[in-house]
Design a protein around this ligand. Structure first.
Ligand code: ADP
Ligand code: MG
Length: 450
């Protein structure tokens, strides 16, 4: 049996013992790099995967390989990214390597000055009835910044394309004039605080009052932060007076943001308010087809339609479901049919969503990383515990909107700055690291699954 076949048949056995999500997360892009004198070198894409395979799955891997070849005595894990195509056990074609390199390249391309991600463009945005107004407003603003609608305020639920549209305007503008900055209101707040702490407030004022287009995502998080609101109010006025464009997003309209200062609320309402709603079936299918085309893969029509029916209220999750299907299809020699798809997405379909609780997050995260809940909530500082703990904190912040001090309290009385650090770290990793983003997609799908 050659190495590729050996690994494939070992994977078939291992797959039966793990959850789908775990299997895909940890075994994707692995292969046998060499086999000599009873020692098998298994190649993995990064240090994190190596740690996991060594510490958690070695016994499964060892057993599966040894069942096939009794001479195997030891498994070693090595990090290797550039796999020769012929050696990969999961059947892939050259195209994927090209695509992956492009993806990594794209991520590195997040502009250091503007913070814009070039993948968010108008070209890659599918327009449908749920978002056509917001799209039209964004396009107008990108053509005549500062003159049409100021500020442009886009609001709507999670995963419906607000960030995409905001950044599309930014990218369009940046192609002519780099004087645009994109940031979340949380980042605005933390830069402001750090400017105060380090006597850099003049520099801070200067930076944000000089640019031509200021884009602040998720402005609702500024609520309740009085000093930051005050500073933002002055920044806003300074820009507005000079006809500089301000673009904002929020998960709800200004009047529904509690503890937002009245004067800011009235400024926001003085511009153009547009909402993004849930995409209809046709738009969901169109979005899936666009993504499939960009990923250079193919899927049967009925599978695509099935994905579109399974996820209705969140385009990020729609993409997550698609990625799950594609990953699974790649692990199975590009085979995918409606029956398989139904199995893979069975956790998603037509279940009323219960609100997410602290307990559920702790349970789901411990399950996913296969650690004990006690460890997750404890003080162990081993990396394999610390990362899941940070993920759990991040999810409490994002999915439950818990306050930082509250989260700290729940995780063994940690200081709120520790929690802020954890959330920012995971957020950054998600932006810069495909694997982390995928992991979180999986976890969120499980979180919302029953
Ligand atoms: P939000 O900021 O509203 O939470 P995002 O802008 O981050 O949502 O969108 C979530 C994901 O869905 C992103 O990957 C984005 O590219 C994709 N997406 C959202 N709307 C569309 C659309 N109309 N066409 C194509 N992709 C979309
Ligand atoms: Mg967003």
């Amino acid at each position: 049996m050659n190495e590729q076949k050996l690994w494939q048949s070992a994977l078939n056995e291992i797959e039966l013992q793990l959850s789908k999500a775990n299997f895909i997360t940890w075994f994707k892009n692995t292969y046998i790099a060499s086999k000599k004198g009873g020692v098998v070198h298994v190649a993995v894409p990064n240090a994190f995967s190596r740690e996991w395979l060594e510490n958690k799955y070695n016994k499964y891997i060892f057993k599966a390989l040894r069942d096939k070849d009794g001479n195997i005595k030891e498994i070693k894990y090595i990090i290797e990214n550039k796999k020769p195509v012929a050696q990969t056990a999961v059947s892939e074609y050259k195209q994927e390597e090209v695509e992956e390199t492009q993806l990594q390249f794209e991520e590195l391309q997040i502009d250091k000055e503007t913070n814009l991600n070039p993948k968010y463009t108008f070209e890659s945005f599918v327009v449908g009835p749920s978002n056509e107004l917001a799209h039209a407003a964004a396009v107008s603003v990108s053509k005549k910044p500062g003159l049409m609608y100021n500020p442009l305020f886009i609001y709507g639920g999670v995963g419906l394309g607000k960030t995409h549209l905001l950044q599309a305007v930014g990218n369009k503008f940046a192609s002519k004039d780099k004087s645009v900055v994109y940031l979340t209101s949380e980042r605005f707040t933390s830069e402001f605080i750090s400017a105060i702490q380090h006597q850099g407030i003049e520099g801070f004022k200067d930076k944000y009052r000089k640019i031509n287009v200021l884009i602040i995502d998720d402005i609702q998080f500024i609520a309740g932060k009085e000093q930051t609101q005050e500073e933002f109010f002055h920044t806003f006025n300074a820009l507005h007076e000079q006809n500089k464009q301000v673009i904002l997003s929020s998960d709800r309209p200004p009047k529904a943001i509690p503890t937002l200062e009245e004067r800011l609320r009235s400024r926001f309402e003085g511009g153009m308010l547009v909402d993004i709603g849930y995409p209809d079936y046709e738009t969901r299918v169109a979005i899936l087809k666009t993504k499939i085309k960009n990923k250079n893969v193919s899927l049967e029509e009925d599978v695509i339609n099935y994905i579109a029916t399974s996820v209705q209220r969140n385009i990020r999750e729609l993409e997550g479901a698609l990625n799950l299907i594609i990953a699974s299809s790649k692990l199975n020699n590009n085979e995918m049919d409606l029956e398989r798809a139904k199995k893979i997405l069975s956790h998603l379909t037509h279940k009323p969503q219960k609100p997410i609780t602290y307990k559920k997050i702790v349970q789901t995260v411990s399950n996913f990383y296969e650690i004990k809940e006690k460890e997750l909530l404890g003080k162990n500082r081993k990396r394999e515990i610390v990362v899941p703990r940070q993920v759990a904190m991040f999810l409490m912040r994002k999915e439950m909107k818990s306050s930082y001090p509250f989260i700290g309290e729940r995780f063994g009385g940690k200081d709120h700055t520790t929690v802020i650090h954890a959330c920012e770290k995971i957020e950054k990793e998600m932006r810069e690291n495909n694997d982390r983003e995928e992991e979180l997609d999986f976890i969120k799908q499980q979180l919302y699954s029953d």
